[in-house]
Ligand binder design. Structure first.
Ligand code: F0G
Length: 489
């Protein structure tokens, strides 16, 4: 029988394709061992479906590519800067815009500007680079997200909400002069891409403005957050995504943005501000660490592509497909009985590695082990978001043990089809079937900060072979890189 409603398809057709090659299991076994069981150290040509991140991995549209050709690479006053500035003003509402090379460039500047040594920076869960910059500026991050965010099974629709009581307790304890701002992340990454609600933001904003505490929005995935508000929060079903976005930003004093996510570009970001004085100070720091204020860390052409990305990203049909595909993957994975974080967020499906591998303790890095096993079994690359990502406590030197030990399957925007998602779901099911064979890991090289990027591991069955200094992962010359090069000749 014909279905009642027309199925929803991707709101684009494909103009250019990039070949994918799947290498053999034996080859993958060597590749993951050469990468020291860290998926960040794999060569991308050895990966079949790459779900490491949704950051900088989007497919740009023809409109964006056309914009690339309009790049004005003047050192000062590039016309593309003004196009970007207007797009940010129109959709995000911040009057002052400082382009940065990516999100962490903006985090660096705002942290240096607002945080004094000894300050506390509350946030709705940490993000790795954000917290690192807060600490670098002498601050201490304090988690004020609601408890439900730390529970992979809680079905709270807005797990990204700030717990106002936790925030008030912090301010009561340390004094409001020690709390320069609240860092509010949209679609909280480490919690599984969970949104906050507008009603939560309104009450948080009321409290913060009363206390003279700024709100700095991490707007990296704010459009996805706006989509969830439209879907789930009473009273917003008839608002457009653009209207909800404006409304969110209106309650905040500024934003840091990684354009590599929502904004459909491969590089770039910005700092958005309302206060002229703060902006002028940001420009001074920007000139030192990024570049002159009319390009910051970006080429003219990339600013044009990001400005055009903003216009495309606020369209509802784009977000319907984008988040719809993530939810499609989640459904397929759940059909195989694999535990995932619920509700499903906007950019990724998070496998609950502790539930899937109960035979591994957190010290044996279950999420890291599962990500390595997924690559071995299927060639799919995912990312650890558990104890390795959480790093160590600065004071005690102990691992930070997060309640969530997750593997993130992050879906790049406009890149893969649902057939790819079927393959991924199958691969995850295969890992579940073989889960008892998945061994734990021992960390044998650990960088001091952001350790998850370069840390090295070995399988627990082996005798420890700890190495102290980093060595480049160049031992294995990629089989696929050779094949691809040959095919292109
Ligand atoms: N904030 C959030 C919420 C992020 O997810 C990221 C990056 C950043 C800030 C930093 O932005 O990479 O442009 O400097 N997240 C990437 C990820 C790395 O894979 O989730 P950046």
């Amino acid at each position: 029988m014909l279905r009642k409603r027309m199925p929803v398809a991707e709101p684009y057709k494909i103009k250019m394709v990039e070949p994918l090659i799947m290498c053999s299991r034996d080859y993958r076994k060597k590749a993951i061992s050469d990468a020291h069981y860290n998926t960040f150290l794999l060569q991308s040509s050895d990966v079949y479906i790459d779900l490491l991140t949704d950051s900088g991995t989007a497919a740009m549209s023809e409109y964006q590519w056309a914009g690339i050709m309009l790049g004005d690479e003047a050192y000062a006053g590039s016309k593309n800067f003004y196009v970007l500035e207007r797009a940010v003003q129109k959709h995000y509402g911040y009057e002052f815009v400082l382009p940065t090379h990516q999100g962490r460039g903006a985090e660096h500047i705002i942290s240096k500007l607002l945080i004094k040594p000894g300050d506390y920076v509350p946030g709705n869960m940490y993000f790795t680079t954000t917290r690192a910059h807060q600490e670098l500026a002498g601050g201490t991050f304090v988690d004020v997200i609601i408890d439900e965010a730390h529970d992979a099974t809680s079905l709270h629709p807005f797990k990204g909400n700030v717990d106002l009581e936790k925030l008030k307790n912090l301010v009561g304890m340390v004094g409001r002069e020690r709390v320069p701002y609240l860092n509010l992340q949209a679609c909280v990454n480490m919690a599984g891409g969970q949104p906050f609600s507008l009603s939560n933001l309104r009450s948080v904003s009321e409290y913060c403005s009363g206390q003279g505490i700024k709100i700095i929005l991490d707007a990296t995935r704010c459009l996805e957050n706006a989509w969830f508000i439209k879907q789930k929060e009473p009273g917003f079903a008839h608002w457009s995504i653009a209207e909800i976005l404006r409304e969110i930003c209106a309650y905040t004093d500024g934003c840091t943005m990684s354009g590599k996510k929502d904004l459909l570009v491969n590089i770039g970001g910005f700092l958005g501000l309302r206060d002229l004085h703060l902006y002028e100070k940001a420009c001074e720091l920007g000139t030192l660490f990024e570049g002159l204020h009319t390009y910051g860390g970006m080429a003219g052409r990339d600013m044009e592509a990001m400005a055009r990305g903003i216009e495309e990203a606020v369209k509802e049909e784009h977000l319907n497909q984008r988040i719809g595909q993530v939810h499609y993957l989640a459904e397929k994975i759940q059909e195989n009985g694999v535990p995932i974080v619920l509700p499903v967020g906007g950019h990724a499906v998070y496998l609950d590695a502790s539930a899937m591998l109960p035979h591994l303790s957190q010290d044996q890095f279950p999420a890291q082990s599962l990500a390595a096993a997924l690559y071995l079994e299927t060639g799919v690359r995912a990312m650890e978001r558990g104890v390795v990502s959480a790093g160590r406590d600065k004071a005690s030197g102990e691992h930070n043990y997060p309640k969530l030990e997750l593997v993130r399957l992050t879906v790049p925007r406009r890149v893969y089809t649902n057939s790819h998602m079927d393959v991924v779901a199958y691969g995850v099911g295969l890992c579940k079937e073989r889960r008892e064979k998945i061994k734990g890991l021992r960390m044998v090289y650990e960088p001091d900060s952001m350790r998850f990027f370069q840390a090295r591991f070995e399988l627990l069955e082996k005798k420890s072979n700890a190495i102290k200094s980093p060595r480049k992962n160049s031992a294995c010359v990629s089989e696929n890189a050779k094949t691809l090069a040959k095919n292109q000749r």
